[in-house]
Design a protein around this ligand. Sequence first.
Ligand code: ATP
Ligand code: MG
Length: 415
Amino acid sequence: MNLARQMEQYLPRQLLELVQDISGQAAKPGQRVYIVGGVVRDLLLGYPNFDLDLVVEGDAVKLAQQVAKTSQAKLLAHHRFGTAKLRYENFTMDLATARKETYARPGALPTVTPGTLKDDLIRRDFSINAMAISLAADDYGELVDPYHGKNDLEHRLIRILHPGSFSDDATRILRGVRYEQRFSFEFEAQTAQLLKRDIPMLDTISGDRIRHELELIFKEKQPELAIKRLGELGVLAKISSFLKGDGWIAEKFDKARRLKKPTQLPSLYFCLLIYSFSERNIEQFLARLNIPAKLSQVMRDTLRLKTSLPLLDRPSLKPSEIYYLLREYEPLAIQANALASESPTVHRYLQLFLTKLRYVRTALNGEELKRLGISAGPEMGNVLQILHKARLDGEVRTKADERKLALSLLLKLKR
Ligand code: ATP
Ligand code: MG
């Protein structure tokens, strides 16, 4: 099958000319360049994907160096892995030397040696990701599909390439579920069986790698689908016995996505994922996934605040009271609790803090207070705090109001 027409149709002209140029520069005896992986799959499905991965039968780093010399691309080379990244103005392109992998033991990083395209494809996770398109002039656009990925795409199946695949690398369990849910595919029968058999192999995977796969799931349009499925399969329980993938998660993830500014969505998903945990059992989870310090803090804060929410469930708290209850928590932890809480009152207070109270500042600063006769030190601290509190509660609205209040405080202090 030839995909030249689909390439014309789905890939931007600029990108197409670029890969043709790269392939042209490689045209030495024996050197061939292929598009591989997700883009081939998505091209056949008719989905846009400009995340081009190229595999070179030959030396990918040398080729990338040569291409970088004759274009404005920035080069990032990893000699040790035989890979290189070319960074252009609007996109990046990954080039990798075709490689052969063997696993010394389950979960270990593979031993890598140069190989053919076929070697490079068999080391991949699923048949639908193990297809390539040739860029060489003599068979430009030809689909290379030794493991029948196209057939599996047509039958909507996720299939591993050999029975030891999940035990070699159990992150493929998480990857498989991600694709299954993204495309609404099914696991091929034997793959499904082996997946279940090899769930215990997740114990051989490092925290960083499991976390990375969860992060990839959190980039999906509806990560809750994969989370729910991982729950049903018993994968979540293998990662942490306290994890659940229930309907609550689905509802809250969906709500999180509707927020106005979802830039920190992945972190928010992490907080919601562990919302049912106690403050004690979160530590085990943070350690298992090697969660970075900053996010760990946000997740701990989420649970600490959850424990304190009853203090906020009172109908007529003053803004300053809300402020002092919440100021020591990470904003993201407050956001997570706002999504999680079922009390309209609590929700309103948390939202008020996030959108308004945390930004409230006094109009007068220390310098100006000094000029009014207030001395630096604890006295100044006290006055500033009273002004701030009055601001929060709307008792002062203008700079003149603050000056008046500061002077009356000064008078009291003098007496
Ligand atoms: P998408 O980015 O849409 O999820 P992709 O196919 O581009 O899909 P990547 O995670 O970018 O996925 O990986 C690129 C390719 O590398 C995959 O298509 C797959 O062939 C291969 N790959 C990635 N991770 C693994 C793994 N753990 N085991 C085997 N092959 C893998
Ligand atoms: Mg990709």
